[in-house]
Each structure stands twice: as structure tokens, then as C-alpha cells.
Design a protein around this ligand. Structure first.
Ligand SMILES: Cc1cc2nc3c(=O)[nH]c(=O)nc-3n(C[C@H](O)[C@H](O)[C@H](O)COP(=O)(O)OP(=O)(O)OC[C@H]3O[C@@H](n4cnc5c(N)ncnc54)[C@H](O)[C@@H]3O)c2cc1C
Length: 374
């Protein structure tokens, strides 16, 4: 389909949905519980309307178009303040992992139901002692016949309380060097031995959870990619996560326009801050328009956007003067922004990646035992 024709059709579809109250407001990478029902209904509407999984193959429920169409869909949604999909962990993380590494059976089983919002996914990677240093994770998956039994604790698991399935990292070879003994599983959250405890955040919401695993079973067809070779799958998921967070850049223009509106009644000095944010937002937009979807730029993009988003929410609150101390529409984004500098890899980690991978600086020292073998 011609991209301009696609854009026009997408814009009409979204505008109609906004008018008839079918669209779900944009919320970034983590679905807030209060929007859950609306987001699922919006995803189903997109699926039946031919706008879910724009760049996924038609054989798996997608639209069979290319990445340019998907970017156009994301931009059309962002310009209207509408979510491009319901479940980031399903659509961007699990979906891409299954598309890239899944067996035909796994693709047939999971992809179309994910697009139709019949399956919601969460990501069980981080642990209390393994976040930035994810390769040190200690959750184990021990063989039990041709199945595995998973034991350990995960944390910061967004949307886990609503999810039927998870992408899970667990150690399958405790004798191998850190990142070499890890496998990547598609994990049934309804398995016996799974306990999900929502955590309360400073926004007052509970968007993420602790997940306790006590001998929970993974069936043989739950392994995604090679046994003990899950680190490679995880790295591709994390690159997709950074790129996915970065795709929210299309919403920056909208955010800075709203700031300019808030600033109009303020001291002229407020405009200095607003123009500086607009200039940085424009610079990020131009940078990415120039270099396209180069995955090496994911860390730079994630860093730039989440840091800028933090400054925007701080400015919005300041512009409200004393009113900024009250709980209102600007409070939640302000309280939410610091989490986005941590989720998907902290800003410090993104800076390390930019230094090493883009600027060619020497590698940071890595924690953990020295690697052995080839
Ligand atoms: C809103 C939100 C949602 C999340 N959702 C999920 C999810 O769904 N699934 C999931 O698995 N995880 C999720 N996470 C977890 C997230 O990936 C981790 O919080 C993140 O990777 C950081 O790990 P940590 O919290 O253990 O901090 P640590 O790794 O302990 O870091 C602590 C501090 O040390 C700094 N630091 C650590 N190592 C280095 C280094 N090498 N160089 C410089 N500084 C360093 C960090 O930048 C940070 O400031 C989420 C987090 C948030 C905030």
C-alpha cells in the first residue's frame, strides 16, 4: 500500500475512534491499570479494523506492510495522543522475540492472539540483585524430564498482574560463565507456583509487581531460541525495548506545544525554558529522521528522550507556580518520568552504551567473574 494513502486511512481510523471514544490515550511503555480495559478494547478495535501489527506478516495476524508504514501509524497515533498498541511487553518485546526466534508452532500459537489482545504479556527479566547487571540473574530453570521447573524471584515486572504469559530469563546451566548459561522461555503465568504481588509506586498506581516462582513448570515447547543461548535473544529484546521507548519521540511535539500553551500567561523568562526544550526536541526529531532506524542509535535515542521528558515534566510543573504543589494533570507525568529513566536500562547504562558502541571509547569494566572459554 502506498505510504501516503496508508497515512490518510490511519488518520481517519484514529480520528473516528477518538470521536466515538474508542481510542485509548497514549501512556508510554507501561499500561496503567486504570486504562487496562480501555486499552484492550482499543487494541481489539485496531485488530478488527486492520491496523494492528502493521509491519507483522499477514500469516500471523499482521497487516504485512513494512516498517515505514508502522512508523507512520505510530506518528499518527502520537500526534493525536493515542496509544499505538495496548501492551508494549507483548507487541514490542514478546512479539518481536517470537517473530525472530520462534518456531512456526510458537508463531502460530502466540502472535495473532497477541495482536487481538487475547494474550497480555509481561517481561520477567529483572531480579532484586540483577538489574543493570542482568547476566548475574539467579532464577533457575532445572530440567524435570523434558520440562523445566523455575524457581526464583523477579521484580519490577510491569503488567504482571494482568498477564497470561511472560517472557522469562532463567539460568539453565549454573556452571557456565554468567551470560552463557541463561535460557529464554515463554512462560505461562497461570502455572502452579507463581505468586504475583503488585508494588505501589509514588504515582499511587501499581503498574509493576514482584513475581515469586516456586518450582513453576515450563513445558518443552516453552523454550524460545537455543537452550543456554537465551542471552542473545534477550539482547535483541532489550534493543527492541530501547527502540520502542524511543518511538515515543513522535509525542514530543505535542508535549512541547502544550508547554508553550501553559507558558503564555507566565513571565517571559519561562519562554527561554520552553524554547530550549522545543529546540532539543526538534534536534532529536531531525537526528532520527536523518539516520533512520539504525539500531545502534537505540541507546542514544532512549537516553535523549527520557531525559528530555523529565525536563519537560519538571518545566510543566514549575510553570504552574504554587499550583504545581497541588495534585493535577501535570503531577502524574512528573512523578512518572524518573521511572522511564530507569526502565529498559538506566540513563547511566545508556551513556555507557553510547560511549562504547557509538563513540568507540574503551569498554567499562564489567562486574562478575572473568569470562572463560571462546
Ligand atoms: C517503571 C519501570 C518499569 C520496569 N519494568 C520492568 C519489566 O517489566 N520487566 C523487567 O524485567 N524489569 C523492569 N524494570 C526494571 C529495570 O529494567 C531495572 O530497574 C533497571 O535495569 C535497573 O536495574 P536496578 O533497578 O536493579 O538498578 P541497579 O542496576 O542496581 O542500578 C542502581 C544504580 O547504579 C547505576 N549503575 C549500575 N551499573 C552501572 C554501570 N555499569 N555504570 C554506571 N552506573 C551504573 C544505575 O544507573 C543506577 O543508578 C522496570 C523498571 C522501572 C523503573
Amino acid at each position: 500500500m502506498d505510504p501516503s494513502e496508508f497515512t490518510r486511512a490511519a488518520e481517519v481510523f484514529i480520528d473516528d475512534a477518538v470521536e466515538s471514544d474508542l481510542a485509548c490515550p497514549a501512556y508510554g511503555a507501561i499500561l496503567p491499570p486504570k486504562l487496562f480495559d480501555q486499552a484492550i478494547a482499543w487494541q481489539r478495535h485496531c485488530f478488527h479494523g486492520g491496523f494492528a501489527g502493521v509491519h507483522w506478516p499477514a500469516a500471523y495476524g499482521g497487516q504485512g506492510l513494512d516498517n515505514e508504514h508502522y512508523i507512520r501509524w505510530s506518528v499518527a497515533c502520537a500526534e493525536r495522543g493515542v496509544a499505538p498498541y495496548a501492551n508494549f511487553q507483548g507487541f514490542v518485546l514478546a512479539g518481536a522475540a517470537i517473530l525472530n526466534y520462534g518456531t512456526e508452532e510458537q508463531k502460530q500459537r502466540f502472535l495473532a492472539p497477541t495482536l487481538a489482545a487475547d494474550i497480555t504479556w509481561c517481561q520477567l527479566f529483572s531480579e532484586p540483585d540483577s538489574g543493570s547487571d542482568l547476566a548475574s540473574l539467579s532464577t533457575t530453570a532445572e530440567p524435570d524430564g523434558d520440562r523445566w521447573r523455575v524457581t526464583g524471584q523477579k521484580v519490577w515486572s510491569s503488567t504482571a498482574q494482568f498477564s497470561q504469559w511472560a517472557i522469562l530469563l532463567a539460568r539453565t546451566d549454573p556452571t557456565a560463565a554468567h551470560h552463557r548459561g541463561i535460557s529464554f522461555f515463554l512462560f505461562d503465568m497461570a502455572a502452579d507456583g507463581v505468586e504475583v504481588r503488585p508494588l505501589r509506586q509514588m504515582t499511587g498506581e501499581s503498574e509493576f509487581c514482584e513475581v515469586f516462582l516456586d518450582g513453576a513448570v515450563v513445558e518443552p515447547d516453552g523454550l524460545l531460541g537455543p537452550l543456554h543461548g537465551g542471552w542473545g535473544v534477550a539482547m535483541s529484546v532489550l534493543a527492541d525495548e530501547r527502540a520502542g521507548v524511543a518511538s515515543t519521540r513522535a509525542g514530543l511535539k505535542r508535549q512541547t506545544a502544550s508547554l508553550r500553551h501553559s507558558a503564555s500567561a507566565q513571565q517571559p523568562a519561562a519562554f527561554d525554558r520552553v524554547y530550549s526544550l522545543e529546540a532539543d526536541a526538534a534536534a532529536i526529531g531531525h537526528l532520527f529522521a536523518r539516520v533512520g532506524g539504525d539500531s545502534k542509535l537505540g541507546p542514544l535515542s532512549k537516553l535523549g528522550l527520557t531525559e528530555l521528558n523529565t525536563r519537560i515534566t519538571e518545566t510543566e510543573l514549575d510553570l504552574r507556580g504554587a499550583g504545581g504543589m497541588l495534585v493535577d494533570a501535570a503531577t502524574e507525568p512528573f512523578l512518572y518520568a524518573p521511572g522511564m529513566r530507569v526502565a529498559g536500562g538506566t540513563s547511566e547504562i545508556q551513556r555507557n552504551l553510547v560511549g562504547e558502541r557509538l563513540l568507540g571509547l574503551p569498554r567499562e569494566p564489567r562486574p562478575g567473574p572473568p569470562e572463560t572459554g571462546a
